[in-house]
Design a protein around this ligand. Structure first.
Ligand SMILES: [Zn+2]
Length: 319
């Protein structure tokens, strides 16, 4: 199947994950998707924050009414004018303190109410996410890959199982990836070897090396035997090449880099040379020696490596 050319929208970011939760009051169903309208009944979805605020407002209004009733009863049943005044003053003081305390603790009250609602509606939220997941499945079937991926991406904020990660990766493998897309890699690393994930990671490597992080390189090293069988040695050479992105990575994966140094393209060897050259105080171990050997063997007459080879000759002649 040819890869589908799609436009992926930017991911909506929120401070807290729960802020993505919405509810259809008519269907009594939660959703974590970006849609503003319920796909079942067409009603506007209500965000969980508005939901909590309305619950809080209702509760505070009820409490305020109760206080007012107690104050009024105190005034009405006061046996003397003096006690009536006392009741009125006590009522006013009570009301003022109630308003002051409520506004002071409003934020913590809001989070307390939020926690209570999330705990009480846990099963309902789970069922809602399952429904969202079914919608994504239907999108895949109908080959609406961008819509399916965007749904799975939102669900991924709440569920981080290998099954979901692989579903996301499988959709991404059917999409023609571009560098302007907001892609993710580290968050999709499964806990065991997965061929689809490696296929996706190698595709990402071609368009955005920045996404190949420490965790991802470690994954390639851990499953290197299976990766060589499925994708060949070149895949490991490319990953080792991306480890040259940062000095820290070079130090961390120096043995891995050393192993594939002979197969690196010139531009990668040049980069490694420049980093080693620019950091003489760093203890590079065997990597420095091997790099210099590769340079002496393959790029001895290359003017781009002149500054490095001259230095080596100087060292050798000095010895
Ligand atoms: Zn609905």
């Amino acid at each position: 199947m040819a890869k589908q050319a799609v436009q992926l929208s930017k991911k909506k970011r929120t401070k807290y994950r729960f802020q993505k939760l919405k509810m259809c009051k008519k269907c009594n169903r939660y959703s974590v998707l970006k849609d503003k309208i319920c796909p079942t009944c067409g009603t506007n979805l209500v965000g969980i924050e508005s939901l909590v605020k309305s619950i809080l407002k209702k509760r505070l209004t009820t409490e305020a009414i109760r206080i007012l009733i107690v104050v009024c009863l105190g005034i009405v049943f006061a046996p003397t004018i003096k006690t009536m005044y006392y009741s009125l003053i006590a009522g006013i003081i009570f009301c003022i303190s109630y308003v002051a305390l409520t506004s002071l603790f409003m934020k913590s009250e809001y989070f307390h109410q939020m926690k209570k609602l999330l705990r009480a509606d846990f099963r309902k939220i789970q069922a809602g996410i399952q429904y969202d997941s079914d919608l994504a499945k239907a999108d895949v079937k109908e080959e609406r890959l961008a819509a399916a991926y965007e749904k799975l991406r939102e669900i991924g904020d709440f569920i981080s199982t290998d099954r979901l990660k692989v579903r996301r990766v499988m959709v991404l493998n059917d999409i023609a990836l571009r560098s302007d897309m907001e892609l993710e890699l580290e968050g999709l690393i499964p806990s065991s070897y997965d061929k689809d994930f490696v296929k996706y990671a190698l595709e990402v490597l071609k368009i955005n090396r920045m996404l190949i992080t420490k965790k991802c390189i470690a994954y390639f090293i851990h499953y290197r035997d299976a990766i060589v069988i499925d994708f060949g040695m070149d895949s490991l050479v490319s990953v080792a090449g991306t480890a040259l992105r940062m000095k820290l990575y070079i130090l961390e994966f120096s043995t891995f880099i050393e192993e594939f140094l002979d197969y690196f393209p010139k531009e990668r060897v040049l980069r490694l040379c420049s980093i080693i050259h620019a950091n003489p105080e760093v203890e590079w171990g065997g990597l420095k020696e091997k790099t210099m050997r590769v340079v002496a063997k393959k790029y001895h007459y290359d003017p781009d490596f002149k500054s490095f080879t001259i230095e080596r000759e100087r060292v050798i002649s000095h010895v």
